[in-house]
Design a protein around this ligand. Structure first.
Ligand SMILES: Cc1cc2nc3c(=O)[nH]c(=O)nc-3n(C[C@H](O)[C@H](O)[C@H](O)COP(=O)(O)OP(=O)(O)OC[C@H]3O[C@@H](n4cnc5c(N)ncnc54)[C@H](O)[C@@H]3O)c2cc1C
Length: 514
């Protein structure tokens, strides 16, 4: 009898214990900065795992193979390499900037080149959160780059999410893109996390950041409302079907250019760029080589994120962009949507993130689950810390999943929300995607520079926006707006004015010798 009570107790402790290492973000940072072999990133692998966003329904990616056969565009004013949220947002902003001006004699030619199917990189494989930072990391950011830039880092995310939400609402695409304003709760599993969050909140507030819509929650409040026994804080936040957002942006960009006769937009998927070299043609600066032939361009935008160092080897290693594999599962909850609520979540210093898919959409279901239609599918990412000391850093292969990470993800939600998820239940889908990590967490935005001199001479006309460190949805669209503005200003011989909301530390010119 006594032994069965003990066994039950041990089992209870195992269920209640979180299956993740806690407070290891600082350790990840030291690993991130460790100089390893520093090989340039490879090209994206040709056979990625199947993600919910791309593969759960047959019609999710109508542009998947667009421009992958037939004639290749051989000449363009602007070539954008990469069809994720950065590349497509840049095309969108370019089309809008041009449409606001008188039509030129010949519309500007813009071409997007994508190594795999349309939007099949991180954007098509991520966690689906469109959640701006509210105050997190304020103290550290301000200490490193100044209070003004710390305020701008938050402003960029509010600018980006505000504009995306507005454009979706104005075009009536909320249902099509599954945009949900469910808010976001960050769980604080340990006391040091609570102390840090309070300090960041106070510092951001003192610097004038608007934090009225942030609410701290006690352990009891979280327990009562959501069924998890940890304190946390609630911030505004959305979730979305990222591929559908990007598909919509592409269509607007194409139509805007065509309707105003100011630009024409081409897309070539399954067309990897293997090199960017000076062009022999006098009218264009750069020659992009692909297995389908070459294309001459005056301007090149590297929107290749994790893979940036393949074409720009100086960006390899800890001073550049480190490919880092993220893993996600789609897990059916054991209770109804009413009990799960619509809230998006983060926990364990951001290592884990999850949200329930809306039930109204038929595409919520990836398999037949008779009797469980009212239980939402929850998209959960994270688990990288279970591979410490490696944290899945320096891995660019998204054709496989990690069993170690997968095991952690399967155990996480039943442990955090006892009774709301079935222990041992298999996910309906599981996939990986490659994030672009930088040691400061900030993306590189601006002209490509010679790292030895800080000059753009060797790269005239080449720009980059990449390296969002796993947090790109509330930043990439805004950063793409900045580089699009730089390129159009340069084409028109005008000065580019830096927006108030763009952190100065994101600019490539401020990152030399970092
Ligand atoms: C598993 C995972 C979960 C994530 N969860 C979230 C989240 O919930 N919220 C959030 O804000 N962020 C999240 N992120 C991060 C976010 O998805 C990225 O920051 C963002 O999608 C980056 O967009 P991008 O367009 O710059 O890069 P990508 O979407 O990766 O696009 C780059 C494209 O370039 C192509 N490419 C690369 N090299 C070449 C070449 N030589 N020639 C042609 N094409 C090339 C790639 O195939 C790819 O399609 C997550 C990322 C991953 C992987």
């Amino acid at each position: 009898m006594r032994s069965s009570v003990a066994a039950l107790l041990i089992r209870l402790i195992m269920i209640m214990a979180l299956p993740v290492f806690l407070n290891v973000l600082a350790e990840e940072q030291t690993v991130l900065e460790r100089p390893v072999g520093a090989e340039p990133a490879p090209l994206p692998v040709p056979n990625p795992t199947k993600s919910f966003w791309i593969d759960s329904t047959a019609d999710a990616n109508p542009l998947a193979k667009e421009g992958s056969h037939g004639a290749l565009t051989h000449d363009a004013d602007i070539c954008i390499i990469g069809s994720g949220i950065t590349g497509v947002s840049a095309a969108y902003h370019i089309s809008r900037l041009l449409a606001a001006q008188p039509a030129p004699e010949t519309p500007l030619k813009v071409t997007i080149l994508e190594a795999r199917d349309f939007c099949s990189g991180a954007t098509g494989r991520n966690g689906g959160h469109l959640t701006p930072v509210a105050f997190q990391e304020f103290v550290e950011y301000a200490a490193l780059y100044g209070v003004d830039d710390a305020v701008r880092a938050i402003a960029l995310e509010h600018h980006t999410t505000g504009d995306i939400v507005k454009l979706i609402r104005e075009s009536g695409k909320e249902a099509e893109t599954d945009l949900i304003a469910g808010g976001h709760v960050s769980l604080l599993f340990t006391e040091p996390e609570v102390v840090k969050a309070r300090a960041d909140y106070a510092a951001a507030k003192a610097a004038g950041v608007q934090v009225d819509d942030v609410g701290f929650l006690t352990k009891e409040e979280v327990q009562q409302t959501y069924g998890a026994a940890y304190p946390g804080f609630r911030t505004p936040g959305h979730n979305i079907w990222p591929l559908k957002l990007v598909t919509h942006l592409f269509k607007i960009a194409k139509d805007t250019g065509a309707n105003s006769s100011t630009s024409s937009l081409f897309l070539h998927t399954n067309t990897p760029v293997t090199s960017v070299t000076p062009s022999d043609a006098t009218s264009r600066r750069w020659n992009l080589t692909t297995p389908r032939g070459s294309i001459a361009c005056s301007y090149v935008l590297h929107a290749t994120n994790a893979y940036a160092s393949h074409l720009l080897p100086a960006l390899r290693g800890p001073s550049g962009i480190i490919p880092t594999r993220g893993q996600v599962i789609a897990l059916r909850a054991a209770v109804t949507s009413e009990e799960i609520t619509r809230t998006g979540w983060g926990g364990n210093e951001g290592f884990e993130y999850w949200f329930p898919r809306p039930l109204s959409n038929i595409s919520n279901s990836t398999s037949s689950n008779p009797g469980q239609e009212r239980n939402p599918l929850v998209i959960l990412g994270g688990g990288r810390e279970s591979t410490r000391p490696d944290f899945e850093l320096n891995i660019a292969d998204d054709s496989v999943v990690s069993p170690v990470v997968g095991n952690t993800l399967r155990r996480f939600l039943p442990a955090v929300f006892p009774g709301k998820y079935e222990e041992g239940r298999e996910p309906e889908m599981e996939w990986t995607g490659i994030m672009g990590y930088t040691k400061t967490g900030d993306p590189f935005v601006g002209p490509v520079l010679n790292p030895a001199t800080g000059s753009s001479d060797l790269f005239k006309g080449q720009y980059i926006s990449a390296g969002y460190t796993g947090h790109g949805m509330p930043r990439a669209y805004g950063c793409a707006e900045a580089v699009a503005g730089m390129i159009i200003a340069d084409i028109q011989g005008k000065d580019w004015s830096i927006p108030d909301w763009l952190p100065r530390h994101h600019l490539t010119q401020n990152r030399v010798n970092e």
